[in-house]
Design a binder for this molecule. Structure first.
Ligand code: GDP
Ligand code: IMO
Ligand code: MG
Length: 423
C-alpha cells in the first residue's frame, strides 16, 4: 500500500483537522509528520468541538491507529492537556495512540527562548505562536535536541545539561528573567512526561513500513501550510519544519515511492496569522466581514487572522511543490453573501506582470484580480452536488481550470456532515 498525504496549500488553518476526521473511516492509520503544538486543528461533530495540537485528528474514530511521527515536536504539557480534555469528553485514549521514539521534545526553556527571541526582534518579529517550535527544531538540526527515546536512560542528566545551556543563552544573550516562570513550568512539564511515558513509544518508521507492507492504509496529516514551509514559505516568516509533501517522507520514514495521493486543502479565500507578506490581504470592511463570518481567530493563540481573497499564484506554487493530485476546498460558505468574488491570477510590480511566486514580496507588489459572480445563497445546508448553485459550480471549475487539479471535496460548514464529495 502507498500512504496518502493531506496537507495545507496556504498559510495554515485551511481546515485540515476537520477533513482528516472526515476521511479517517477510509484509513487504518493516521499519522502527524511535522510541526507541534503551534498547530490547532479543530473538529466539530455531535455538538463536540475539539482543538487538537499534537494528537492526530483520527483520534475520534473507533479502531484506528494514530501516530505522532518522528518529525513532530512534542510539548508534554500541551500533550497532557489534550489527553485530559479528550478523556473528560469520554474518549478513551490508550493503545490507539503511538509515539515515535525519534520525535523531539519541546523543553520549558525552548518556550522561553521562543519568547526571548521574539521580544529581541521587536517590530520584525515572526509572530510565532510562542510554543517553542523554532528553538526546538534549531536544537534538532544543531544535533543538540532531546528525543522521546531519551526518556528511557539518564534523562535527568541530559535534561539538566541541556537546560543549563539554554539558561545561559537566556540570561547572557537575551537578559531574560526566567527563574520564576521556569520553576512552575518544569513541574507541569515532568507531569506531562509521566503521562507521555504511559503510551506506546515505538520505532514508528518500522511500524509504518511494516503496516504498509501488510496492506494497511495510512493518511499522513500535515500541520501549518505550504507557504509556512521552512524552505519554500515566505522566509523568514515561516515555521521551522517541512510542511510540504516531502516532509511526510522525512517525518514518518516513508520513501517517496511509497506516497500515493497528495490531497491539498485550501480555503475559498486566504488567511494568515502572524507576520509576513500576504499579497491579497484585505485591510477593509470585506476583510473584517470574512474574519467575522469565517470566525477567523487562531485555534492555538486566539489571534485575529488576517483575511484576503484567494491567491491562485500562491496556490499553483503550493500545488507544484507538493505534487498535489487532488484538492479540497473549505469554507466556501463564508463567501455566501458576496455579489462578486475576486480571485488573484497574477501580480503586478512596477508595470511588470509576475505570474510566479516571487523570492521577495514587497509592498509594491499588487495582485491582479478577476471577478467572478457570487452565488448569494446559503451553502451550509446543501448536501448534494446537484444542489450547488451555478455560480458556485462556476467558482470551483474556474479554480480547477486555472490549476489543472480536480477539487474532490467541498466543505460548507465546520461540522463533519457539512462535507460534500464531488469525485
Ligand atoms: P486546521 O489548522 O487546518 O485544522 O484549521 P483550523 O481548525 O485552525 O481552522 C479552521 C476553522 O474553520 C475551524 O474553526 C473549523 O471548525 C472551521 N471550518 C472548517 N471547515 C469549515 C467550513 O467549510 N466552513 C466553515 N464556516 N468553517 C469551517
Ligand atoms: P495549523 O496546523 C496558522 C504561524 C505563526 C507564525 C509562524 C511561525 O493550525 O494550520 P511558529 O510558532 O511555528 O514558530 O510560528 O507560523 N503558524 C501557523 N499559522 N496555522 C498554524 O498551524 C500555524 N503554526 C504556525 O502564526 O506566523
Ligand atoms: Mg489551525
Amino acid at each position: 500500500m502507498k500512504a496518502d498525504v493531506l496537507l495545507g496549500l496556504q498559510w495554515g488553518d485551511e481546515g485540515k483537522g476537520k477533513v482528516v476526521d472526515v476521511l479517517t473511516p477510509d484509513y487504518d492509520i493516521i499519522a502527524r509528520f511535522q510541526g507541534g503544538p503551534n498547530a490547532g486543528h479543530t473538529l466539530e461533530f455531535n455538538n463536540i468541538k475539539q482543538v487538537l495540537h499534537t494528537i492526530p485528528s483520527g483520534i475520534f474514530r473507533k479502531n484506528k491507529i494514530n501516530i505522532i511521527g518522528n518529525g513532530v515536536v512534542i510539548d508534554p504539557v500541551v500533550f497532557r492537556k489534550e489527553i485530559v480534555s479528550l478523556t473528560e469528553k469520554g474518549f478513551e485514549i490508550g493503545d490507539n495512540l503511538l509515539i515515535s521514539r525519534k520525535a523531539h521534545l519541546i523543553l520549558p526553556t525552548h518556550r522561553l527562548l521562543d519568547a526571548a527571541s521574539e521580544m529581541a526582534k521587536g517590530e520584525s518579529k515572526i509572530g510565532s505562536t510562542l510554543k517553542g517550535i523554532g528553538p526546538t527544531y534549531r536544537d534538532k538540526i544543531g544535533r543538540d535536541g532531546l528525543r522521546v527515546g531519551d526518556l528511557s536512560s539518564d534523562f535527568e542528566y541530559k535534561y539538566t545539561a541541556k537546560t543549563d545551556n539554554h539558561k545561559e543563552i537566556l540570561s547572557k544573550l537575551y537578559h531574560f528573567d526566567y527563574e520564576e516562570t521556569l520553576d512552575a513550568c518544569e513541574k507541569e512539564w515532568f507531569e506531562g512526561i509521566e503521562l507521555l511515558k504511559s503510551f506506546p513509544i515505538i520505532d514508528s518508521e518500522n511500524y509504518i513500513n511494516e503496516k504498509l507492507r501488510e496492506g494497511k492504509s495510512l493518511l499522513a496529516e500535515g500541520a501549518q501550510g505550504t507557504l509556512l514551509d521552512i524552505d519554500f514559505g515566505s522566509y523568514p516568516f515561516v515555521t521551522s519544519s517541512s510542511t510540504i509533501c516531502a516532509g511526510a517522507c522525512t517525518g514518518l520514514g516513508i520513501a517517496p515511492s511509497k506516497i500515493g495521493k497528495v490531497i491539498g486543502i485550501f480555503k475559498a479565500y486566504c488567511t494568515r496569522v502572524g507576520s509576513g507578506p500576504f499579497p491579497t490581504e484585505l485591510h477593509d470592511e470585506i476583510g473584517n466581514f470574512i474574519r467575522k463570518a469565517g470566525n477567523e481567530f487562531g485555534s492555538t493563540t486566539g489571534r485575529p487572522r488576517r483575511c484576503g481573497w484567494l491567491d491562485l499564484v500562491a496556490l499553483k506554487y503550493a500545488i507544484m511543490l507538493n505534487g498535489t493530485t487532488e484538492m479540497i476546498m473549505m469554507k466556501a460558505d463564508v463567501l455566501d453573501q458576496f455579489e462578486v468574488i475576486r480571485v488573484c491570477v497574477g501580480y503586478e510590480q512596477d508595470g511588470e506582470v509576475i505570474e510566479s511566486f516571487p523570492f521577495e514580496i514587497s509592498e509594491r507588489l499588487k495582485p491582479i484580480y478577476v471577478e467572478l459572480p457570487g452565488w448569494k445563497c446559503d451553502l451550509t445546508a446543501i448536501t448534494k452536488v446537484e444542489e450547488f448553485p451555478d455560480a458556485f459550480k462556476n467558482y470551483i471549475h474556474f479554480i480547477e481550470d486555472e490549476t489543472g487539479i480536480p477539487v474532490s471535496i467541498v466543505s460548507v460548514g465546520p461540522n463533519r456532515d457539512q462535507t460534500i464529495r464531488l469525485k
